[in-house]
Design a protein around this ligand. Structure first.
Ligand SMILES: [Zn+2]
Length: 444
């Protein structure tokens, strides 16, 4: 154990955009065999788990046999963090952390090879979004604070050879000045920050719609509904910037992200880097197109590889060929967190779906959702809403809009904006909460 792993040269990895289905299966199964064998011999956690569960790593040869292995959970990572580390400290060149919105952040160590793999992922993702060597790309993301994303984008763009402007996510004025001076074609940022930049520009008499920016790569927040149509924030950005939108979704623990191509119909998966499964509540694999929890196994990771990691994110896989010509699987929009899923009168519902509708109602100023579980099999959702104008709007109007789209009618209670804000900060978390879960704690 703790032997120095061979570092792969990312330039030798295959360009998977052009792979056919047969080659992808070969690549996937080879990745699975290598990942399981490496984890069994290098990871104290998997070494012990496989011994305890009498798992023969050599018998795991493809996607089907992989399904016989137990899941790895965020709870495992939290309890046994260092047992997942496969290399000695002398091999580690960076330690990133998860954002830690719930509980302690997880440490994510990387070797030089892992940074190359991280960059390779973004190299392929940015290629999907049509970014080329001659382009100038402005990174309006957090580059420090141990976030993995900024590092990943920078490394990926370096592999492409684009010109990078590391503006960070703090100052709209600085960003607009850089746009005017250096005329970037692409901005990578969080959608709500891009909206603030657009509004700031308008207040200064600068129209971002007329700027050099043609593409917005949007991270960290959903841009689309389950059917891939733009959500209200996506619509605002598209009109405001007059730019093409690409949604990308990444997970720190997997050091992998999935980015849309210009078809905008799911983030492409790169088969040399990761294998994805979608499982139901009982942990069984579901057919393509069906919603379930994303479970993933990383390939080529040296410091902290994960086998069948339960992400907690609910989505679906599309396997049919994409309009862009690629046959790599695509991950649909993230519909919500598994532990936020609600069962209301037999209908499955995620807070993000409710949020999408409420964000689209002009008369709604702000809101907070509170879910309770009066009986074990059924949840109850109450939405506290502050209206822009209480005389012109009513709880019935909000209720009808929700019922029309969700097929269930949550309880609506009109509250003052002060009360809504008090609720949003009642859990003493740094970020304001629009979803308050008062059900019994989930098992995982
Ligand atoms: Zn595509």
């Amino acid at each position: 154990m703790k032997n120095s792993p061979p570092i792969k040269d990312p330039r030798t990895w295959t360009g998977e955009a052009s792979l056919d289905e047969h080659d992808q299966v070969q690549l996937r199964d080879a990745g699975i065999r290598e990942a399981v064998a490496y984890a069994a011999t290098h990871s104290p956690f998997y070494n012990r788990l496989f011994a305890e569960e009498q798992i023969d790593a050599e018998a795991v040869t493809d996607a089907r046999t992989l399904e016989s292995l137990p899941f790895t959970t965020k709870g495992d990572l939290g309890r046994l963090g260092r047992d997942f580390w496969c290399v000695g400290d002398d091999q580690i060149v960076d330690i990133s952390t998860t954002s830690g919105t719930s509980g302690e952040p997880t440490l994510y160590p990387m070797t030089a090879g892992d940074i190359a793999r991280l960059g390779r992922n973004e190299f392929l993702s940015f290629q999907c979004a049509g970014i080329a060597r001659a382009d100038t790309v402005l990174l309006a993301v957090t580059m420090d604070r141990c976030f993995i994303a900024g590092l990943a984008y920078y490394e990926g763009l370096r592999q492409i050879g684009s010109t990078v402007l590391r503006c960070g996510a703090g100052a709209p004025g600085h960003l607009l000045a850089m746009v005017e001076k250096l005329r970037p074609k692409v901005i990578v940022s969080v959608p709500s920050f891009l909206k603030i930049v657009g509004e700031f520009g308008a207040s200064q008499g600068i129209s971002v719609a007329g700027s050099s920016v043609e593409k917005l790569i949007c991270i960290g927040e959903p841009l689309r509904a389950a059917d891939h149509s733009l959500n209200p924030l996506g619509e605002i950005l598209k009109a405001q910037w007059n730019a093409e939108l690409f949604s990308t979704y990444g997970i720190t623990e997997l050091a992998t992200s999935f980015c849309e191509c210009d078809a905008g119909a799911g983030g492409h998966l790169h088969p040399s880097l990761l294998h994805a499964e979608i499982v139901d509540e009982e942990g069984r694999t579901v057919p393509g197109g069906q919603v379930g929890e994303l479970v993933a196994t990383t390939f080529g990771v040296e410091a902290m590889p994960l086998i069948r990691f339960r992400t907690g994110d609910m989505t679906y896989l599309r396997r049919e060929q994409c309009e862009c010509g690629r046959v790599t699987p695509r991950i649909g929009p993230i519909l919500g967190r598994r532990n936020q899923m609600m069962k209301i009168k037999g209908t499955t519902l995620y807070p993000s779906a409710v949020q999408r509708i409420l964000d689209g109602i002009e008369g709604v100023r702000d809101y907070v959702m509170v879910v309770t579980s009066p009986t074990p099999l059924s949840d109850e959702l109450e939405i506290l809403v502050a209206l822009v104008d209480e005389v012109a709007e009513s709880s019935e109007m909000v209720g009808h809009r929700l019922q029309g789209e969700l097929k269930v009618k949550p309880r609506i209670r009109i509250e003052s904006i002060e009360n809504i804000e008090r609720f949003q900060h009642s859990q003493n978390l740094r970020k304001k909460q629009r979803f308050i879960d008062r059900r019994a704690a989930p098992l995982h």
